[in-house]
Structures are given as C-alpha cells and as structure tokens.
Design a protein around this ligand. Structure first.
Ligand SMILES: Cc1cc2nc3c(=O)[nH]c(=O)nc-3n(C[C@H](O)[C@H](O)[C@H](O)COP(=O)(O)O)c2cc1C
Length: 360
C-alpha cells in the first residue's frame, strides 16, 4: 500500500510532525510504502479560483509550483494522510491550500451516484487517487469537542474525493505530550497508538476505534489541572529568550513543581486511599511560600500552595530534592536516612505514600 502523508505543520519538529513520523514508522514497519511531505518546505500557493483547470487548461492548474509534482503523487497513492495542527478549529492554512489545489483532479460536473445521496464533483480520474484517507490533528485545547468542526470537514472531504474515512487520530493537549516526566504511561500509550494506527492502515485498511481512542487518551485528570499546566507552560515560554524551543521547554516543565506537584496529587490511587483523610505538607525549604500541601479526602487529592496549619505529616526538603523524588531519581527512604528529607509527624503516612501515589 502506497501512503502519502501530507504535513501541514508550519513548525518543524512540533507535535504534528512527531505524530506523523510515528504513524509513518508504523506504515513502514508493516511493509507499507510511505512518503512524508512537509508543506512548509514546499511551494504550494492557495487556489486563485480562476477555474482555468476546469475550462481552458483541461485539468492543469494555471499556477506553476510544487503542486505540479504533488498532484500526480496524490493520484498515485492508495491512502492519503492529512496531518495538521489545529489552527482556529480547522486545518492549517498550508494544508488548506494543498486541499484547494486538488481542484484539477475533479471535473465541474455533478456526480449524483454517492450512496449517501449527497452530491459531489465528478472525479477527473475515477481509477486513480487515494481510496482511503486518515486525519492526524494536534491541538493545544483539551476538549475534543473543539476538534469536531475539523473532523466534520475531514469527513466531508472524504466524501468529496470518494475516499473511505479510514481513521481520525486526534491529539488534544498537544503540549502536555512533553510533560513526559509527569505522565510516562499516557505519553507512551499515545505514541504507541500513532504507530499502531500506521500499521493498522496497512494491515486492516483502516485504523481501529480502539487505536483512535488511545491516540486521544486524556493527559490531565480534569480541566482545572489542564488550566494550571497551560498557565505554567506559557509563563515558562514567555520567560525564554529567542525562538519557541520545544526541547528547552520540555526540560523546564520537567523540573517545575507547579506541574509536578499537582500531577502527584492527581495520581492518587483511590483504592489505596480508601477513607483516608489526611494532610501531607511538602515543606520546600528554599521556597519562600513554604512549598505545597496535599489534602486527601474521599479518594481524591488536591495540591495547594503554601503551609497548612495542622499537617499530619511534613516532609522537609529542598526543591531539587523534591523534583528528583517525583521523578523517582532517588529512593525516599534512603534520602531520609541521609538527612536529605526530614519527616515529621505521622511516619506511617510517609511510608504509605508509595502506594497512595503509584508512579509507573
Ligand atoms: C494560529 C494558531 C491557531 C491555533 N488554534 C487552535 C485551535 O483552534 N484549537 C487548538 O486546540 N489549538 C490551537 N492552536 C494550538 C496548536 O494547535 C498547537 O500548539 C499544536 O500543537 C501546534 O502544532 P505543532 O506542535 O505541530 O506546531 C493554535 C495555534 C496557532 C499558532
């Protein structure tokens, strides 16, 4: 199967391209033939709407640019994968321009033969062109409903080009993908889903519903946690010199307690907590606000900034040590023995923390 992946991401090495690459790896791993085209590196201008391709030029576009090469490649593909960042609830302008420029592959006549009863334009080359299409979309928002317009447009395009909708892989909370330290399981699962999707397209002809679901696995437990993460992320990004740099932001978010401590709270295992009601103070010795306290009740845990008046257990440690602890780079009991963490109050609660907050 020949698969053409068109990436409409202006940003190289962003999330869209990472996901498109993972998908492409899945395709080649399953024996498919795959080509990834980055529109950002190509010259593809928007359609001028002159209709010359439908009138005097007989299927040839009036503009000379890289579509001269991309149209034949599209027609030679068995499956077309449209990979886009979500821009204003839709395709990026780069991808939209590519889609507009497929106009020469259709004819001005109305095709009434669709089983759905919806009209479309007659295809100029009925025996050529992708029989299947897959959408890959990365957006920063959390709520998948904000991608519904894009998905609907994609499905309508499938109808328009007579291709089967063979999958829609949606990745909301795109930037949280780089919070790998806090979310190793979800990150792995999502990346594996994009590779599985490429494999399934080759072996099954379509992406399974299960894989689509895995690709959209929520990264944050709720909107409040997402809101906090987004605020911290943009504060870190605004404080950075030069270009918007994914690698350095990855490092910065991995070391930021405003992300790590709420993630710790969100990881509470309700079955391990049972009916526990407790306050754990994380007394960060080099933080003027005194660190954080964790309130555990009714199987939930919330992280709050500052000191609690009556904590059950207090862990005193510096910020660097807490970051290492949360990344499982140090063993908590060994750190206590070495005096790097001082535990006051109910020590059994400290001992129980490993089970209460399972880190994978
Ligand atoms: C112009 C613009 C518009 C955007 N609009 C949306 C949007 O409507 N919904 C959304 O979830 N994210 C939106 N975003 C965020 C991007 O989708 C998000 O940062 C994504 O990861 C970008 O893809 P990339 O990582 O491949 O660059 C927008 C970003 C830009 C630059």
């Amino acid at each position: 199967m020949r698969i053409l992946v068109i990436s409409g991401a202006p940003r190289r090495d962003g999330y869209t391209e990472e996901l498109a690459r993972l998908f492409a790896e899945g395709v080649s791993g399953a024996g498919g033939e795959v080509e990834l085209v980055r529109l950002a590196e190509r010259d593809v201008r928007p359609c001028r709407g002159c209709f010359a391709c439908w009138t005097r030029l007989d299927g040839r576009c009036a503009q000379r640019d890289d579509m001269d090469e991309l149209i034949p490649r599209t027609l030679a593909s068995d499956a077309l994968v449209l990979a886009t960042p979500v821009y204003y609830y839709s395709f990026s302008a780069l991808l939209k321009a590519f889609l507009e420029r497929l106009l020469p592959t259709s004819l001005p006549f109305v095709d009434t033969s669709s089983p759905s009863g919806m009209e479309r334009n007659t295809r100029r080359f009925p025996d050529r062109g992708p029989k299947r299409a897959v959408l890959i979309a990365a957006g920063a928002h959390r709520d998948p409903r904000l991608m519904e317009g894009l998905v609907r447009t994609f499905e309508t395009i499938c109808h328009g080009i007579s291709a089967e909708r063979a999958g829609a892989l949606l990745r909301p909370e795109s930037f949280v993908m780089d919070f790998d330290a806090g979310k190793p399981v979800a990150g792995r699962k999502v990346r594996a889903a994009f590779t599985a999707a490429g494999r399934e397209l080759v072996t099954e002809g379509r992406v399974s519903a299960r894989t689509e679901e895995d690709a959209s696995t929520p990264f944050t437990r709720d909107l409040a946690l997402f809101e906090g993460h987004a605020r911290t992320y943009w504060e870190l990004a605004r404080g950075r010199e030069g270009a918007f740099d994914r690698a350095s932001l990855r490092d910065a978010t991995a070391a930021d307690l405003r992300i790590l401590v709420p993630e710790l709270a969100a990881s509470l295992d309700p079955s391990a907590a049972g009916d526990l009601e407790a306050v754990i103070q994380l007394d960060v010795t080099d933080d003027p606000d005194g660190g954080y306290h964790l309130l555990i009740a009714r199987g939930r845990c919330a992280a709050h900034k500052g000191r609690h008046e009556r904590p059950d257990t207090t862990l005193s440690l510096d910020a660097g040590e807490l970051v290492k602890l949360l990344h499982q780079k140090i063993d908590a009991r060994a750190a206590v023995a070495l005096g790097r963490i001082v535990v006051d109050g109910d020590r059994s609660l400290f001992v129980r923390m490993g089970r209460l907050f399972p880190r994978s």
